[in-house]
Design a protein around this ligand. Structure first.
Ligand code: PLP
Length: 399
């Protein structure tokens, strides 16, 4: 894996023209110390061994690679496999990353973790990892989001985390990020900032990619064992891009393997109707790094929309931005309606309700598979389970 890393990350955390570290000087120092520490520990056998232990005994890895026979038959084309990240403890791929970062923080000798959360999914995952590692946990969450996601606030508190409602600005995710960063600048000697996706300033995109790459490494081994060859297509939904880059990166050098990232197309292409920066946006700097972003008419970061809260973000990981610009991967958009239909079809045919996020990837496979030969193979990353979305889907179908 380390040769792959070197090919894809330059020293300053650039992926082509994307990524980097656009932060105040003081924060730059903190991030660089942290980047150096990560480099020194990541290949340490005792660190890797400890991580493997938790991934196996706590998360339940390896996650299965499951042949979706009924879905395949229904679509009548390519063979479809599902990488079952929905079966992980806590119900999504997010746990792979937070456990890795929590172990890292512990090795740094830090006892306190902070994080931001929007809908609450990353907050719950962070609180889980902190409980397990006996670390103090503070989650910043916009007051408006706290109100909308009251149950997730309760879940974080049950797990022993302090949830701080953020009352500035629009009282949502962006304001929570700002407040968490201010905390970090004050407290970096004792505090670790846990980021939830493959976004943000260097070294986060690299660290998150590395911890999520367990998905692609397993999938590669599993498909070779089941089919004796590599797949023709990988498909994954892209919010910040962590589950997708986790699946894609270990196949980077396999030229026969096509990669398709599926962005949330929402209700249309106008600004405010989607959260699809590669499909409908342009390069700019956001949250301390350069990537494709969704901009409004004035060139400011646009409001975004997606039926899936976990995909509702105006930026995208720098490595995906690079994969797109260099042509290594293709990015498409699936609409809210496509995702809703995929959610229902996979439930009905396979007895698996995907997260609305993951349903975007399933939706694109549903579109593509029928036109492909039956000897082609698609691997879809099923990033999470849909239990959390059942209420919302009920309301949409009956509203
Ligand atoms: C958070 C989340 C996502 C989006 O995040 P990425 O970093 O793009 O993977 C996708 N699926 C599920 C189930 C999530 O919880």
């Amino acid at each position: 894996m380390s040769s792959v890393d070197k090919a894809q990350t330059s020293e300053r955390g650039y992926f082509g023209e994307f990524g980097g570290q656009f932060v105040p000087e003081q924060l730059e120092g903190v991030l660089n110390t942290f980047a150096d520490f990560y480099e020194s520990i990541k290949d340490d056998p005792s660190f890797q061994e400890e991580l493997q232990y938790y991934l196996r005994d706590y998360v339940g890895r390896p996650s299965p690679l499951y042949l979706a026979e009924r879905l395949t038959k229904h679509l009548g084309g390519a063979k479809i496999y599902l990488k079952r990240e929905d079966l992980n403890h806590t119900g999504s791929h997010k746990i792979n990353n937070v456990l890795g970062q929590a172990l890292l923080a512990k090795r740094m000798g830090v006892e306190r973790v902070i994080a931001e959360t929007g809908a609450g999914q990353h907050g719950v995952a962070t609180a889980t990892a902190c409980t397990l590692m006996e670390m103090d946990c503070t989650i910043y969450m916009g007051e408006e989001d706290c109100r909308r996601q009251a149950l997730n606030v309760f879940r974080m508190q049950l797990l022993g985390a302090k949830v701080i409602p953020v009352t500035r600005g629009t009282r949502t995710l962006k304001d929570a990020v700002d407040e968490a960063l201010e905390d970090l600048v004050q407290s970096y000697e004792s505090t670790y900032y846990m980021l939830g996706s493959a976004v943000g300033p260097h070294p986060y995109p690299t660290i998150v990619r590395d911890f999520q790459s367990v998905i692609g490494r397993e999938a590669r081994e599993q498909i070779l064992e089941k089919e004796g060859r590599l797949p023709d297509y990988l498909m994954a939904c892209v919010g910040g891009g962590s589950n997708a880059i986790g699946l894609f990166a270990p196949f980077y050098g396999d030229e026969s393997v096509a990669m398709v990232g599926v962005e949330p197309g929402g209700t249309g292409e106008a600004s405010g109707e989607h959260a699809a920066p590669i499909s409908f946006g342009q390069p700019a700097i956001i949250h301390g790094y350069r990537c494709y972003t969704v901009l409004d008419e004035n060139g400011a970061t646009s409001r975004t929309h997606s039926v899936a809260a976990g995909l509702d973000y105006p930026g995208v990981g720098p490595e995906h931005s690079f994969y797109h610009a260099s042509g290594r991967a293709q990015y498409v958009a699936a609409s809210d309606q496509d995702a809703l239909e995929a959610f229902q079809l996979l439930s009905k045919l396979e007895g698996i309700s995907p997260a609305l996020e993951s349903a975007h990837a399933v939706a694109h496979a549903m579109k593509m598979a029928p036109s492909l030969d039956q000897d082609k193979i698609i691997v879809i990353n099923l990033s999470g389970r849909g239990d959390k979305d059942a209420n919302q889907v009920y309301d949409m179908l009956n509203g």
